[in-house]
Design a protein around this ligand. Structure first.
Ligand code: FMN
Length: 286
């Protein structure tokens, strides 16, 4: 039953993509030199994926960085963590965290990083958001996940901090962490945090029914990922500097291995095909 609940919860994951595209843009310094706003990078990370993103952002910006630490750390294995956090969710508990040392009032921009747990930010970040008022701040979410969750976590973040200005966020699959430094570079440039050239992707055209070849690309991209058992229905694609990005609309297939698990419906799956490499999915939005 727990496994079924987990499957369902993990299947409710959302994602959003970092855009990069063929049109090169360059955010040049305005004639009036403006001071970069003071930024703080705060993050929670259980297994260091999100920490790596936090370090990359802090290094690129020369920003202060601090870790959100649970008083009673989630230091068990994956299954133990799932069980503890499911229990806490059922009991409506968020874990106590150690006091944040940084004086948030000093910062104009707060980057907040977290792993996606059950489709949203991990519980220590929920505790932090319960304790703090980020009203008037620019808040930039970033996260790592198995398949997705940026969009859904951002909706929760906006609800938790209604007076903050929540800016576009960055999310990356744990399995694609090696792509992160380049994507962070583009993300920080595209959103005006650092100067330099970035690639602006064109919008996806309208979706069309998948061809056999496109269906094979979808299957190759998601085939090894146990949480996705779906069939691509329609797709649109756009050109990347080094390949093609596909946006598939897919539907869950019944699971022969677990007939109790009802199909969860429709999902959006981003797939990248870099020339000469196998297709990979970059995120799933449900
Ligand atoms: C309790 C728990 C729940 C998770 N839930 C999700 C989920 O809903 N969706 C998802 O894509 N990944 C999920 N994951 C995977 C993590 O988001 C992913 O491994 C992440 O990169 C871990 O980041 P960290 O190394 O910074 O802790 C979950 C992991 C754990 C431990």
């Amino acid at each position: 039953m727990k496994n079924l609940t987990l499957m369902l919860v993990l299947a409710t994951v959302t994602v959003a993509a970092v855009s990069c595209g063929p049109k090169k843009e360059n955010k040049k310094e305005e004639t009036k030199k403006e001071e970069a706003p003071k930024a703080l990078v705060l993050y929670y990370s259980q297994t260091s994926n999100t920490k790596a993103v936090a370090q990359e952002i802090a290094t690129r910006l020369g920003a202060d960085m601090e870790e959100i630490v649970a008083v009673n750390p989630y230091d068990g294995d994956f299954q133990a963590t799932i069980e503890r956090s499911m229990q806490e969710r059922e009991q409506g508990i968020t874990p106590e965290i150690q006091p944040i040392k940084a004086d948030i009032a000093e910062y104009e921009v707060v980057f907040i990083g977290y792993p996606i747990w059950f489709g949203t930010y991990a519980p220590p970040v929920a505790t932090f958001l319960n304790q703090v008022d980020l009203g008037g701040k620019k808040v930039v979410p970033f996260c790592t996940f198995g398949s997705g969750g940026l969009d859904s976590s951002m909706r929760d973040l906006v609800a938790a901090e209604p007076d903050a200005k929540v800016l576009p966020g960055y999310g990356v699959r744990a399995a694609r962490l090696e792509a992160m430094p380049k994507e962070i570079d583009q993300f920080l440039k595209a959103n005006g945090f650092i100067e330099g050239e970035f690639v602006q992707l064109e919008a996806f055209p309208e979706q069309h029914p998948v061809s056999e070849e496109e269906a094979a690309i979808f299957d190759a991209a998601v085939g090894d990922y146990p949480m996705i058992h779906a069939q691509a229905k329609t797709v649109a694609s756009r050109t990347l500097p080094n390949g093609t990005e596909y946006l598939f609309t897919a539907v869950d297939l019944p699971r022969e291995d677990n007939p109790n698990m009802p199909p969860a419906g429709e999902m959006q799956v981003y797939v990248t095909v870099v020339e000469g490499e196998a297709p990979v999915f970059t995120q799933v939005i449900r």
